[in-house]
Ligand binder design. Structure first.
Ligand code: NDP
Length: 255
């Protein structure tokens, strides 16, 4: 049984990019701890299928299809959720993309797509939801960073720039919104197997390097991020603000 401190009963959570991968795993985890969830993505099919699977397990799941890079669409969707489903208590800004290429050859269009999705998306959805949370003087925002919020790797410098920005945007949201009763924090996952990094998982050279580089000696699993999300979404974290919680098997603790 969930201790009341960590209970999410009666709360509504919007998780961006939750038709698959980490977003879906986090939405499922919040739902298992009592929250009703709103799944989001650009695809009605994957979000609809994921919501259907959650409902068949007895959870409350809704769908809001929108692109986090489109501020008008975000604003309209957040208004609709607040009006038709209920007040958003928890927002997880999870939608994010990756593109790998040597920095000196990095396509301009991919740079812009990364910034638009990974940084502007967090700003757009955060701002649209926070306006309602501020009026209620309560709310939880969890942004998804990465070990690349702290460290760089060859071929993903733009992604690392976006995730560094997510870490500092989390601090900035805290600076502006904590006084209105909001807690804004980030989870920075290490390498967990999803579609985003399937190519790395399938690359034996990378996988061997990673398991040696990670103190825990392995890749992470999506469900290992749930505990951090439940903590940061619940009353248990009422005085935790502006923090980035690394869930990375020790990668950022070591050289
Ligand atoms: P996936 O590629 O598996 O899932 C990303 C999800 O985001 C998809 O459901 C996609 O759905 C959605 N999405 C992408 N762009 C948009 C958009 N513009 N608007 C709305 N939804 C969008 O990735 P992961 O689950 O691996 O990654 C999730 C987050 O975790 C990202 O922020 C990533 O940077 C971060 N992360 C991942 C790590 C890992 O090891 N996997 C490690 C550290 C951080 P659709 O295409 O239908 O819109």
């Amino acid at each position: 049984m969930t201790a009341p401190l960590f209970s999410l009963e009666g709360r509504l959570a919007l998780v961006t990019g939750s038709g698959q991968g980490i977003g879906l795993g986090l939405a499922e985890g919040l739902a298992e701890h009592g929250a009703a969830v709103v799944l989001n993505g650009r695809s009605a099919e994957s979000t609809g299928n994921a919501a259907g699977a959650l409902r068949r397990r007895g959870r409350t799941a809704h769908v809001a299809v929108f692109d986090v890079t489109d501020f008008d669409a975000v604003d309209e969707a957040v208004e609709r959720i607040e009006r038709d489903i209920g007040p958003i208590d928890i927002l997880i800004n999870n939608a994010g993309i990756q593109h790998r290429a040597p920095l000196d050859e990095f396509p301009e269009a991919e740079w812009r797509r990364l910034i638009d999705t990974n940084v502007s998306g967090v700003f757009h959805v955060g701002k649209a939801v926070a306006r309602h949370m501020i009026a209620r003087r309560r709310g939880k925002i969890i942004n998804i960073g990465s070990v690349q919020s702290e460290l760089a790797r060859p071929r993903i410098a733009p992604y690392a720039a976006t995730k560094g920005a997510v870490r500092n945007l989390t601090r900035g949201m805290c600076a502006d919104w904590a006084r209105h009763g909001l807690q804004v924090n980030a989870i920075a996952p290490g390498y967990v197997r999803t579609a985003l990094n399937e190519a790395l998982f399938e690359d034996p050279e990378f996988s061997t390097w990673l398991t040696q580089r990670t103190p825990a000696g392995r890749w992470g699993n999506v469900d290992e991020l749930v505990g951090a999300a439940v903590f940061l979404a619940s009353d248990a974290s009422s005085f935790v603000n502006g923090h980035t919680l690394y869930v990375d098997g020790g990668v950022t603790a070591t050289v």
